[in-house]
Design a protein. Structure first.
Length: 605
């Protein structure tokens, strides 16, 4: 994004968003800041009055005591007013930031909910998400601080320039020239910080990942068993200090150029003081005016430096928030330039019979050349029980994610009840259990109820779903029943075994009673043999009236399936019933024989 685009995005997207979050408070803030901005000019005038009154008083005129005390009283009043206004603006700004942060985080979360799942498979997406979620939203809000400080400093500067111009116009011109080096230096430094942050995002993510390996429960077992801590710590430290040294080098350069800007500013102040002293020496200026001029020059210089620093701060934050804007503008649907548009032939008989019809399905992962799935075609009739088998890497889980509408294929069609699953949300009445299911660190009720969030308070439906997998027995042993906090992340949470967690995940899929298509990706991987056997015995009952697809490595579970799809290298190489595929003496027969021999050898042992 170019400079114009960066500034345009900030002022036409981020700032209006912040304004809408709390317009009344922001308006009050503007008024208070403008009034505060006039304080320095007023204080300078009062200081001039006090010095002149004190000079007369020290010369023996006692009548000046009351006016001098009155001036002191006015100064105290303005100071207290300024103090009060600062407290008010601090609280207003806090509430504004809270409201804007809440709304901005909701917008980011909502955007994540609408993005195609395939985005979550791309490293570029995670780099961008890292930049968006770790401070960029707050940087957008930091613009508020910079904006109000610029506004206040500009009003202050204008009032001071009027004072300086009345004394000598060259002082005003000199003060204005101070902004140039400071602004350029800070702007360039801000741009380099952004470029460095952008470059370091992948390595910074890796630093965070390596730290999580050393601190998270999930990795602690292998880290301790294989004594990996020294190796991972060295790897983490090397990457950490590489990033740190780059940041230090950048800040070192920034300090050098910042010192040059400060030297330029001091030189101007010293020169201005000499000019004012020279004019005072000629006798054309009172002591009060002299003090006021010196104070005006110093305050104007400080205002100029503040304006320069905050303008560059706005620019720097605009660079950072450009990532946020680009993230929010990502198309919800991932467009693939290689997607083919030709019409795929669909068998009318298959279409008329309903169920799930897949024709010419091909899918390739981002940044990959070899397709994960190629020309997949099959027809599942309503109510059929289907098993998908194949070796690791055959494309089984990829197929499941395509059927669930998580991956958008580059070619082909998937129709459920005659409707494209991507075009009609009503056609996607599906439920699933994934191999890498989520262990929600929430209550047992929520872990099951998330299967159909609209019915989460349906107690009877919850108990039925739990009873189907034996989770009801787990619930009885928990202190709070279904309202027990699960997991180790939070105080009071009760941890379950991996097999128990998988039963909870299965209950979650059964809780969606309206689902007509259910897909299980290795649903028994974490269950013990007895629990697995019991589940398979009840499988027909569990999926009664539904169309079901089970992905499994254990071919013994496929014998009662109405249809078996055999995947190899991303293609369907065989399909049929258990008996039909055994008679083919092909891929399925070889896998089944190999597994049977393994079980037989174990039994002998």
């Amino acid at each position: 994004m170019n400079h114009k685009g960066v500034i345009r995005g900030l002022f036409f997207e981020i700032m209006p968003f912040i304004w809408k979050s709390s317009p009344a408070r922001l308006l009050i803030m503007v008024v208070i800041r403008i009034l505060d901005a006039l304080q320095p000019a007023v204080q300078i005038y009062l200081t001039k009055q006090l010095v002149e009154q004190a000079t007369v008083l020290f010369q023996g005129d006692s009548k000046m005591l009351v006016p001098a005390l009155t001036t002191v009283g006015w100064q105290a009043l303005f100071f207290l007013t300024s103090l009060g206004s600062r407290s008010i603006t601090h609280m207003l700004l806090l509430v504004i930031k809270q409201k804007a942060q809440y709304k901005m985080d909701r917008v980011i979360a909502d955007k994540c909910s609408r993005l195609d799942y395939i985005y979550f498979e791309e490293s570029e997406y995670y780099d961008r998400l890292q930049r968006v979620t770790q401070g960029l939203a707050y940087r957008g809000l930091s613009v508020l601080d910079h904006f109000f400080l610029v506004l206040q400093s500009v009003v202050t500067l204008i009032s001071l320039l009027i004072v300086l111009t009345s004394f000598h116009w060259m002082l005003s011109i000199g003060v204005l020239c101070l902004i140039i080096p400071s602004f350029i230096i800070n702007m360039k430094l801000g741009q380099k910080r952004y470029e460095q942050m952008f470059r370091q995002t992948p390595s910074q993510r890796k630093v965070s990942y390596l730290m999580s390996l050393m601190t998270r429960r999930e990795s602690a077992k292998e880290m301790k068993l294989f004594r990996l801590y020294p190796y991972i710590m060295d790897k983490w430290g090397s990457l950490y200090w590489k990033n740190a040294k780059e940041k230090t080098e950048l800040e070192k350069n920034g300090q050098f150029y910042g010192g040059f800007s400060e030297l330029f500013s001091y030189s101007f102040t010293a020169l201005s003081t000499i000019v004012v002293l020279f004019i005072s020496y000629t006798g054309s200026m009172t002591v009060g005016v002299f003090v006021a001029m010196i104070q005006t020059v110093t305050t104007a210089k400080d205002s100029i430096m503040l304006i320069a620093a905050n303008l560059s701060g706005i620019y720097e934050n605009a660079l950072f928030t450009s990532d946020l804007i680009q993230f929010l503008h990502l198309p919800d649907k991932k467009q693939d330039k290689t997607q083919e548009k030709e019409v795929v032939y669909i068998n009318p008989l298959a279409l008329a019979s309903g169920g799930l019809v897949v024709t010419g399905l091909s899918f390739t992962y981002p940044n990959q050349t070899e397709p994960a799935l190629s020309d997949i075609e099959f027809h599942i009739k309503p109510g059929q029980r289907v098993a998908v088998v194949g070796h690791n890497g055959a494309g089984k889980s990829t197929l499941a994610k395509c059927l669930l509408g998580l991956y958008r294929p580059q070619r082909g069609q998937m129709l459920w009840k005659g409707k494209d699953i991507f075009e009609d949300d009503d056609s996607r009445a599906v439920s699933a259990v994934f191999q890498d299911f989520v262990q929600y660190q929430l209550t047992l009720r929520e872990n099951i109820g998330f299967g159909n969030i609209t019915s989460i308070d349906n107690e009877a439906q919850l108990e039925i779903a739990a009873a189907k997998t034996g989770v009801d027995m787990i619930s009885q042993r928990l202190p709070g029943g279904y309202d027990t906090q699960l997991g180790h992340e939070y105080e009071g949470g009760k941890e379950l075994s991996h097999g128990q967690w998988q039963k909870v995940a299965l209950s979650r899929s059964y809780f969606n009673a309206d689902a007509e298509l259910v897909i299980y990706d290795e649903p028994t991987a974490a269950l013990d043999p007895l629990a697995e056997a019991a589940l398979f015995e009840r499988f027909s009952e569990l999926v009664e009236g539904k169309t079901s697809i089970m992905i499994s490595h254990r071919l013994g579970s496929c014998r009662n399936a109405d249809l078996i799809l055999v995947l190899k290298g991303g293609r369907i190489v065989e399909q049929g019933t258990h008996e039909e595929l055994l008679r083919l003496h092909g891929e399925y027969a070889q896998m089944y024989k190999a597994q049977s021999q393994w079980y037989e050898s174990v039994a002998v042992v």
